[in-house]
Design a protein around this ligand. Sequence first.
Ligand SMILES: Cc1cc2nc3c(=O)[nH]c(=O)nc-3n(C[C@H](O)[C@H](O)[C@H](O)COP(=O)(O)O)c2cc1C
Ligand SMILES: Nc1ncnc2c1ncn2[C@@H]1O[C@H](COP(=O)(O)OP(=O)(O)O)[C@@H](O)[C@H]1O
Length: 318
Amino acid sequence: MRTFTALDDLADEPVRGTAVAIGKFDGVHLGHQAILTRLRDIAAAEQLESVVFTFRENPLRLLRPDRCPEPLMSPDQRETALAEAGVDVCLMVPFDERLSSIPAEAFVRDILVGRLGTRHVIVGPDFRFGHRGVGDVALLQRMGEELDYTVEEVSFVVDDDLGRVSSTRVREAIGQGDIELATRMLGRPVAVRGDVVHGDARGRELGFPTANLGGAVEGFVPNDGVYAGWAIVDGVRRMAAISVGSNPTFTPEAQSRVEAYLLDYSGDLYGARITIEFVHRIRGTYTFSGIDALVERMHDDVRETRAMLNGGILRDEC
Ligand SMILES: Cc1cc2nc3c(=O)[nH]c(=O)nc-3n(C[C@H](O)[C@H](O)[C@H](O)COP(=O)(O)O)c2cc1C
Ligand SMILES: Nc1ncnc2c1ncn2[C@@H]1O[C@H](COP(=O)(O)OP(=O)(O)O)[C@@H](O)[C@H]1O
């Protein structure tokens, strides 16, 4: 996949004869994947390049920061998911004053047709575009008759079990601790990524050293609590008991952070970039009366993690 982070870069390396899907694609969930499947099929059938037109940040960050939700993915995670979906070209441009002031008609004429040579446009439900969001599917279609492209609106993915799939519902599911539902709507694990930093060096004394994620953590961090999941280090996936919290037993005022105890592992992870995938929420974060109570509970958490990830078979040892 070729990625462009500025529209002007298209002048140096033109992309012509395209099918274009436009949207935020936050989460690249099953609904987005339905759009990308159509995009790929249409592009393949007509020997066009498949292009995703998306934004680095949610447009609401500029337009209505008070209503802008936390993203489900970092731009890098989104780019990876789009590449995995078989997209040829990703345009991930900043949604800035300049882009937001382009009128809907000019967006179609100058960008979709002028710069991308669009033959087909594929959008999701309720798609709006152009300055003040005045452009809609009807306008896209009207302009397509004149400018010789077609438009397809892919409807919501509504599943008997999952209901309607949307980024908002994925956030809600994670917020309610239903990691399983979020995972099914995403069609991939709920995952965060970050660098392992030093903590308070307490973990190893408790018998549970934990890799603490620091710096800018990519992805949507679930609510405080304890989770069963996986830690992926250098491409190797290991079972992990994960804590998201401020360790209130020790540091009630601290900021919440993500830390993972990797089962059956000992080694040095400082400085490594690791991915943590959440599979199941075990419990909330408690303020224990002392270290012994915390450690006893952590043993249970580890047993439960192993049971969850081994398909529900509890073994005697932990
Ligand atoms: C599985 C697991 C469950 C945890 N549960 C709690 C908890 O309920 N309350 C709490 O205060 N800390 C909890 N912690 C966090 C520990 O307090 C923390 O890992 C320990 O203080 C080590 O911190 P350090 O990495 O900064 O050395 C948990 C950690 C793990 C790995
Ligand atoms: N099983 C393990 N799970 C997580 N980290 C481990 C494990 N074994 C060794 N480590 C190492 O120990 C470090 C965590 O130890 P800890 O005492 O909790 O210190 P800190 O407070 O700096 O996180 C990790 O960053 C990693 O380098």
